[in-house]
Design a protein around this ligand. Structure first.
Ligand code: ZN
Length: 165
């Protein structure tokens, strides 16, 4: 069973912009399968490849409705706004209120290399936006303003119910 090592802040790979996948090969399929196992073992609802040290545009998500594997995901449309407490497997001991779009339309490649269009809302939409942030080197703490960042240093918030993405 693959239990990949999850990179945590301040690991510099978390700040890298992940490279696009040109062709989906067995290598990418193996990485996605290993990432899914690692996500489940760590009770996360999403995981991006940079979090396991691979700077490629790959992510896995399962918010309870089944596993989704995303290759080169791009948000093409956003609607509404919603603020919710979020955790991250790479940012331990902290949860952050993050304002995100309520609904997103995302395009990505599946393992067969086909372009998939998906409309997502709620936690799935949140997880997709969180993973796409990871693929651009963005972390939940970047959504805080400087004052909130200072407050977090003094007294970290940790919501037990917030999902780790
Ligand atoms: Zn995360």
């Amino acid at each position: 069973m693959a239990d990949l090592k999850i990179r945590k802040i301040p690991d510099s790979i978390l700040r890298k912009k992940a490279a696009k996948v040109d062709k989906v090969s067995d290598k990418e399929k193996k990485v996605l399968a290993d990432m899914a196992e690692t996500m489940y073992l760590n009770q996360g609802v999403g995981l991006a490849a940079v979090q396991v040290g691979i700077d490629r545009q790959l992510a896995v998500i399962d918010v309870g409705d089944g596993l989704i594997k995303l290759i080169n995901p791009v948000i093409v449309k956003k609607d509404g706004q919603e603020t919710q407490e979020e955790g991250c497997l790479s940012v331990p001991e902290v949860t952050v209120k993050v304002k995100r779009a309520k609904t997103v339309h995302v395009n990505f490649l599946n393992e067969e290399g086909e372009v998939i269009q998906l409309r997502a809302e709620g936690l799935l939409a949140r997880a997709i936006q969180h993973e796409i942030d990871h693929l651009s080197g963005v972390l939940i703490v970047d959504h805080l303003n400087p004052i909130q960042k200072l407050l977090l240093k003094k007294k970290p918030t940790l919501s037990k119910t917030a999902k780790r993405i």
